[in-house]
Design a protein around this ligand. Sequence first.
Ligand code: SF4
Length: 481
Amino acid sequence: MKNKEELIDKYFKPNFKSAIQRKDKVEYLDYQANLAYTNLGKNLHYLIFTYGCIGNSADSETIKGILDSANFQETKNEHEADIFILNTCAIREGAEDRVWGELGRLKKYLIFKPQIIFILAGCMSQEENTIKKVLAKYNHVDIILGTHNLYKILDYLHVVLTSHEKVIEVFSYEGAVFAHLPKKRLNNFKVFVEIMFGCDEFCTYCIVPYTRGKERSRKKEDILEEITRLIENGAMEVNLLGQNVNSYGKDLYENYSFGDLLQDIARLHIPRIRFMTSHPHDLDLKTILAIKNHPQVMPHFHLPVQSGSNHILQKMNRHYTKEEYIDLVTTLRQYVPKISITTDIIVGFAGEQEADFLETIDLVKKVGFDGAYTFMYSVREGTPAAKFSEQVDNKIKNQRLQVLMAMTNEGSLSKNLSMVGHYYPVLVESISNKGNLLCGYTPDYRLVNFAGSDQLIGKIVQVKIIKAKTWFLLGELDEQP
Ligand code: SF4
């Protein structure tokens, strides 16, 4: 076993400075399976833990697809696993702590099976401190790979399986955008398709532009081809993914943007199209018109506002004002009157005074959100905001959060109540965790639970809403043909 300095020197270290400069050219490549690995995973089971956002879930689908192509088998049973993969999230320190806890807990399986392979993947791996901590305290980790090189997982597994060497390889440059990466999807009716990677916004509280790299759009032809194949395979709903889908295409095309992509996907005749996440400052009229003109684009917009105070928005580097945000929402509602608008709001960002918080409350009143995810700001090491003075006391943050949550929950409940007695098409997704009920979403992305046969999973059915709660609706299946 080499000492940790040797290991850090041997392998490429992530370097935030060079990541921010973003000079590397992005290559567009076709993923080719290495036939030499066809049986690499014979008789080996892997178990993957996925943390964080939907982007990470999409990466886990890719990791599974690549592993299955080499004959590895997925298991949900920890006792059966030969490989543990932790696909990590770095957005908050709490998320990282969960990963460290899990790595410690899983170590016990080495007593009975010393050959178990531990893999740390995802955003945490992009942080230099993570590598140092693994080498110092979690030496049972065999492979560390980042978000830009997960397509090389079979190469790394081959090294560990044949030479038992540790592999630490984390690219701080963005590398390639691949077409035809294999995917193992949760189901074939609700599918997730990444349309772009990375983010160029540099919100001061967020680590993502460093861990996921610069914005790289996938080629429109590759996206449309993938969705066409998914439709042939039974897709009813496609969810387009990106950290900021509204800036899709800016790095690739002169005159083709997210609104154009939405229109082209709508012409493929898939019943439902959704997308996430959006940034207000890149939202344009073409996108709004695509939602208005194509009923397949679902009338739901998740548009994170983060704060109602212009002073705080500027400190967050969000590139819009409260007034501009309200104007955007007004325009969206003018063109698509039934659109539901949800948001993210952070309370207690560095320097937030009571007057700033009251601006947020005022914005919430003026917009009347259909739902909101509210968070207390927590310092994220490695981000510019971690160095800001005037951090807000936790007690005050918590008080503000309670006030805000009470208000946004009330707004959500009142919108849900207005749906009682009406019928909505619902794409049935699964059995709910509320007993033996089915669950699915209305076009405007409200969760509905209702009784029915599990044969309906994957189908769109009419449901009458009979009761409203803050976070979900109860309905009755309309049995009429
Ligand atoms: S838009 Fe801002 S919050 Fe969203 S991923 Fe990019 S930097 Fe982070």
